[in-house]
Structure formats: C-alpha cells, structure tokens
Design a protein around this ligand. Sequence first.
Ligand code: FPP
Length: 262
Amino acid sequence: MAELDTATKRMDLKEQINKERLPKHVAIIMDGNGRWAKQRGKMRVYGHEQGVTSVRETAEAAAEIGVDYLTLFAFSTENWKRPQHEVEALMQLLVATINSETKTLQDNDIRLKAIGNLDKLDKKCYEELQQAINNTKDNKRMDMILALSYSARWDLTHATEQIARKVKNNELAPEEISQDTVSSHLATAPYPDPELLIRTSGEYRISNFLLWQIAYAELYFTPKLWPDFRKNDFYEAILNFQRRERRFGKISEQVANKEKGE
Ligand code: FPP
C-alpha cells in the first residue's frame, strides 16, 4: 500500500511539471552521505554506497522528463584530502558503479561524460570511466556529466592558463578576450550553463562547484540527505524551479512581455 501511495504521488508530481519550461541543465551537489551512514551507526562508505541508488533514480527521473544535461558533483578536488581509506573506497565505488550502471545508462539512452582533473584519478578508475564514456557515446536522450576531481577554481585556473598560452603564442590578443573566451576554455565548454543547482543535506554552500557557470542558476536546497533523495525529490525541485521568475537583471514587466512575445 505504501509503495502504491509513493507511485501515485510520483505520478502527481511528475504530471504537474510543465515540459515547456524545463531547465535544460541541472547540476547537483550530492551531499550528506557520511551523516546518513553515521545516523545508522555505519561507516561513511556505506552512505556513499547507498548514494548510488539516488544517482540511478535521479538520472532516470531527469531523462524521463526531458532534461538534456545532468551534472553530478561526485568527487571534488578537496575530497582528495579525506582519509586515505575513504578516498580509496570512493575510487573503488566509482569503478564498481560505472561498471554496474552502464546498463542503466544504455537502457535510458544516457551518454556519460566527465569533467575535472581526470589525470589525477587512479589508472583503473580513469580507464573504466573512458570505457563507459566510449560505450555510451552514441546515446542521445541526456548527457550525465560526472564532476570528478573537479573544483571551480581548478576549472578557472586551468582555463586561464590555456588562454594565457594562446596570448603568448600570438593566437589571441588580450583585447579579444570576452566572456565567451572564458566559457569556451572551461571544462563545461560543450554544455549550456546549468539553470538549476540542487544541493542536498541542508547545507547552504556552493563548495567550489561551477562558480562561473551558475551565475544565473536558480539555487535549490533540500534538507534530504543524498542517500534519501528519490525521483519525487527531483520532481519537487523542478516544480520549485518552475514557480520562480527568472529576471536575468531585468524587471518583472520586461520578463512577462518577453514571455508573451512582445
Ligand atoms: C558527499 O557526501 C558525497 C560524496 C563526496 C561522494 C558522492 C558519491 C556518490 C554518491 C557515489 C557514487 C556516485 C557516482 C556518480 C558514481 P559527504 O561524504 O560529504 O557527506 P557528509 O557531508 O554527511 O559527510
């Protein structure tokens, strides 16, 4: 009965979503795995393992409603500073998950991508990742982008270095540098900026994630810990996004007129 209720509620929420006003790109800071495990008297790694179900549910939910890009903050530059055993466990979990979830990606026509300082990943993890990226490269429904060994400051520093090199080699004049130049040198260059950023676990921080790219994103914070995050929670975030007025620095009337096509 409880299962039926959840399924009914999910249908209700999903059906309320306006398919014409979907965010094309949703980014998620998946937080709270450690606390979720601790609340149950378990090791932190158990929380990460349970977080995989949330990744699967969220990817399916996003693909089902028609989101084009889903970026997940799976491992930050700062996460390398965690205890060695947790870093190793996370790397192993990533490898195992990439393997076990490739079928979910294929079944849902999802293309896997990755951004970040991927050279820092251990060899096995890097190779499995590249293989899954290759195996899913022809899928078309949605891109799922894993941010691995990623931080916004790394991204911006790396982009600056590449731009500086072009200036040094006379391929680019300093006065030609525009916002588009910066965007096109970031790891996210192939993707539009996220319109919605979700963070779980009740923390109100961006934690060095996509700082440039979220300039105009709507921010959505939920107290749910990541291992508890399910399809309905994703739909709720989308519905919340759709209730907001996005002004991009303009005034309400201008936005309303644009929507009417005036
Ligand atoms: C943050 O929770 C979560 C992480 C650092 C890792 C996220 C990884 C997964 C969900 C597993 C696999 C994912 C993919 C995409 C294959 P935390 O450890 O910071 O939690 P806390 O704030 O409660 O300590």
